[in-house]
Design a protein around this ligand. Structure first.
Ligand SMILES: Cc1cc2nc3c(=O)[nH]c(=O)nc-3n(C[C@H](O)[C@H](O)[C@H](O)COP(=O)(O)OP(=O)(O)OC[C@H]3O[C@@H](n4cnc5c(N)ncnc54)[C@H](O)[C@@H]3O)c2cc1C
Length: 154
């Protein structure tokens, strides 16, 4: 059986999953394929308080529960300068910042996309081959069509 999608998204990072979530909510048939199983290291664990209203705006506040983060009252960074720079969040109208568990955070966003109606699969990579559009690659090899071996979130 052939499954047709309006939108195929390579990668269930925050960008891919939120796009998949919004597109599915808008009524598109969406495929999100993630090449990993959310088990590798992922940089990007510090998020500012402004993440809260951004997620709220698209109905994803619930993703920020205790399993995905600990609150961070400030960020201290050493960036282009030997002197540590501190950014306290005490005056932020949105509260504290976040120290994210990226694996849990990314998985929760992918789950939200699945719950909105997107088909989300892991351990499936998009590969670009000459003369064709994207194909899917799994541990079983490269296929000419999307044949997800693992269906996780629906
Ligand atoms: C060292 C470092 C430190 C950082 N620190 C911070 C920080 O403190 N705070 C912050 O906000 N940001 C930070 N960032 C930036 C942050 O990591 C990124 O902005 C964020 O992860 C981007 O999200 P994304 O969804 O666009 O991409 P990603 O999170 O990179 O997700 C892309 C996904 O696509 C998958 N993928 C890739 N190719 C394919 C394919 N062909 N088929 C299927 N799946 C595929 C990958 O496995 C991955 O899961 C940091 C980045 C780096 C490199």
């Amino acid at each position: 059986m052939t499954t047709r999608y309006d939108l195929a998204i390579a990668g269930a990072g925050p960008a891919g999953s939120v796009l998949g979530y919004l597109a599915a909510r808008a009524g598109l048939r969406v495929l999100v394929a993630e090449r990993s199983h959310f088990d590798g290291p992922k940089p990007g664990e510090t998020a500012p308080p402004e993440l809260r209203p951004l997620l709220a705006r698209v109905g994803l506040s619930h993703v920020l529960d205790e399993s995905t983060h600990t609150e961070a009252p400030a960020v201290v960074s050493v960036w282009g300068n030997a002197q540590p720079a501190e950014r306290p969040h005490i005056l932020s109208p949105f509260g504290n910042g976040f120290h994210l568990d990226r694996r849990a955070f990314d998985e929760r966003l992918a789950q939200a996309a699945g719950q909105a109606g997107a088909r989300c699969v892991s351990r499936q990579a998009f590969v670009l081959s000459e003369g064709s559009a994207a194909a899917m690659q799994s541990s079983r090899g490269v296929g000419s069509a999307c044949k997800p071996a693992l269906r996780l979130w629906r």
